[in-house]
Design a protein around this ligand. Structure first.
Ligand code: HEC
Ligand code: HEC
Length: 492
């Protein structure tokens, strides 16, 4: 450094002497020119290594760092290396709000108008203030060592991807995980999202309906939250009333029967909850880490919860193993039994081709619901024999209907009326109409016409053996890791 600096000085001196000599040919005898030799700037007070915190303002004035013997005006620049982490320099001041942890090595250079310069190098060690988080979660959440949510492996045959313009980040999903499992987001402090979306049940619930605050009951069966990002249908809930994933995510918190912050019948509203969260230290730390300021808004809650939900990704089923080998849904999979391959073919083929026609609405390989599908003939309000609900046109992916051990992840359909996969197959094999008016007319007018061929409810006439094969195939759609993956588990 020192040698290089002298070399720079030498060049500058030579140049200025040469210039002076060239310009003074007509006055060789006057007083020798004195003040033309430039003095390079020097480091008068080296900056010591600094520390900073993610989400907290950082500022460092370099005006005392350099001097220049001939009082030239110095221009100060800074090289932050590959990642400035949100810092920048203006005038003599380095400032900004660091956006991630790690060490920044900064080389500041002071340059005088003649181009002579000197540099000073120091580091800023950016850490995160997470004392409340470490105390609350006992190491399950560590903002210095985030879990990988954003870059999970997705097979190349998965083509339906919709992140809703809110892509997963490791930080956002980590916040989402805390929100998802926090019962203090309910009015009586007992219900979290995970109460009704249980990890060991594919993020669904064993009950026909679910129980929320103060014994409140949901109107429909809980939905498995699997691979929600890998679908074309953008509307959420069985009846598609939420226009996006994000819009869905804060509704349960404000649902009177679910988490209770409804603002109705004397219950507090969402603003009350937000104020309560703002005085919770681990949320102050988490929001500051993710958003670089501690402000809590409904939009931020939605974003973070949606990122966590989207990160529940299940692609380690036997179906995926076989699909990766042949990369064609319609070829026989080498890892399947003959029955499973026959079931796959039944699932895929149309009824007039001897199949069961499932794939037209639950499309492989995502098994997401086809946008624009109408209802499938299941018409009851959960738990009721007198009320009807013909609005349900969305289904969770058909992946993970049972857990890795083969036990059911809960009853099926919006009304939880079909307890087993076999009951589901029987439904489609012989679709039953309501037995009275007015629901019968409304039902006929609204059922998906692919399940009402020629104006009659579908009769597949599957043999018992074919039903067994179709069931065997549906069981191959179950993954493994989501049921136990620590990054998807309760951090409290
Ligand atoms: C008291 C039970 C309960 C709680 C608590 C609950 N949910 Fe749900 N969830 C349900 C039910 C029931 C449905 C289906 C409701 C419907 O379609 O009308 C559902 C549907 C969803 C869906 C739609 C899935 C899809 O594919 O359309 C998402 C996403 C979801 N919940 C996420 C959450 C999140 C995030 C929380 C916490 C903020 C939460 N849920 C809290 C019971 C619950
Ligand atoms: C015309 C479109 C259509 C076809 C064809 C179709 N389904 Fe469905 N499926 C739906 C809709 C819509 C729902 C949600 C209905 C509800 O809950 O009321 C659904 C729900 C389901 C569910 C419940 C999922 C859950 O998580 O509870 C299963 C399982 C299912 N279908 C399996 C099948 C099988 C197997 C076939 C072929 C025999 C099939 N479906 C054919 C549209 C269809």
């Amino acid at each position: 450094m020192r040698n290089k600096l002298c070399a720079v000085c030498a060049v500058i001196l030579v140049t200025s002497c040469g210039g002076g000599g060239g310009g003074s040919t007509s006055a060789p005898t006057t007083t020798p020119i004195t003040a033309t030799a430039n003095s390079a700037p020097t480091v008068s007070s080296p900056v010591s290594n600094q520390s900073a915190n993610v989400g907290f303002d950082f500022s460092l004035d370099l005006s005392g760092t350099f001097t220049d013997a001939d009082n030239d005006t110095l221009t100060i620049s800074a090289d932050f290396g590959a990642d400035a982490k949100g810092l920048s320099i203006a005038g003599t001041v380095i400032s900004g709000r660091p956006d991630s942890t790690g060490t920044i090595t900064i080389t500041c250079t002071a340059t005088d108008p003649d181009g002579a310069s000197v540099s000073d190098t120091f580091t800023i060690d950016v850490t995160v203030d997470q004392s409340a988080i470490l105390a609350t979660f006992n190491g399950a959440i560590d903002l210095e060592n985030l879990e990988n949510y954003a870059n999970q492996t997705v097979p190349n045959y998965i083509t339906k991807v919709n992140d809703g313009g809110n892509p997963i980040t490791d930080a956002g999903a980590t916040l989402g995980r805390v929100l998802f499992y926090d019962p203090s987001l309910s009015t009586d402090g007992t219900i979290s999202c995970a109460t009704c979306h249980v990890q060991s049940l594919g993020f669904s619930d064993a009950g026909i309906v679910s129980t929320g605050v103060e014994g409140g009951q949901t109107g429909r069966h809980s939905m498995r939250l699997i691979n929600t990002m890998f679908a074309d249908e953008e509307n959420f809930f069985w009846d598609e009333r939420a226009p996006s994933h994000e819009a869905q995510e804060s509704q349960p918190i404000q649902d009177h029967n679910e988490m209770g912050f409804s603002g109705q019948n004397g219950r507090p509203d969402l603003n009350t909850l937000i104020a309560q969260m703002e005085s919770t230290e681990y949320y102050e730390e988490l929001f500051r880490f993710v958003y670089l300021d501690p402000e809590i808004t409904e939009e931020r809650i939605q974003e973070a919860l949606a990122q966590f939900t989207k990160s529940i990704q299940s692609f380690d089923s036997r179906y995926d193993e076989g699909r990766a080998q042949v990369n064609n849904n319609n070829a026989n999979f080498p890892n399947f039994t003959a029955d499973e391959n026959a079931g796959k073919s039944l699932f895929t083929q149309a009824p007039d081709n001897g199949g069961a026609g499932c794939n037209v609405c639950h499309r492989a390989p995502e098994f997401d619901i086809r946008p624009g599908s109408d209802h499938n003939g299941v018409f009851a309000v959960a738990g009721s024999t007198t009320e009807f609900d013909l609005t349900n046109t969305r289904s969770p992916t058909l992946r993970d209907m049972v857990g890795p051990g083969g036990s059911s992840n809960g009853p099926f359909m919006h009304d939880g009326s079909l307890a087993t996969i076999r009951a589901v197959i029987d439904h489609y094999d012989s679709i039953q109409e309501p037995t009275s008016e007015p629901p019968l007319s409304e039902w006929r007018a609204t059922i998906d016409n692919r399940l009402f061929p020629g104006g009659n409810p579908q009769r597949l006439n599957l043999t018992e053996n074919e039903k067994d094969q179709l069931e065997a195939f549906l069981l191959t759609l179950t993954g493994a890791s989501i049921y136990t993956d620590p990054k998807l588990s309760d951090p409290f």
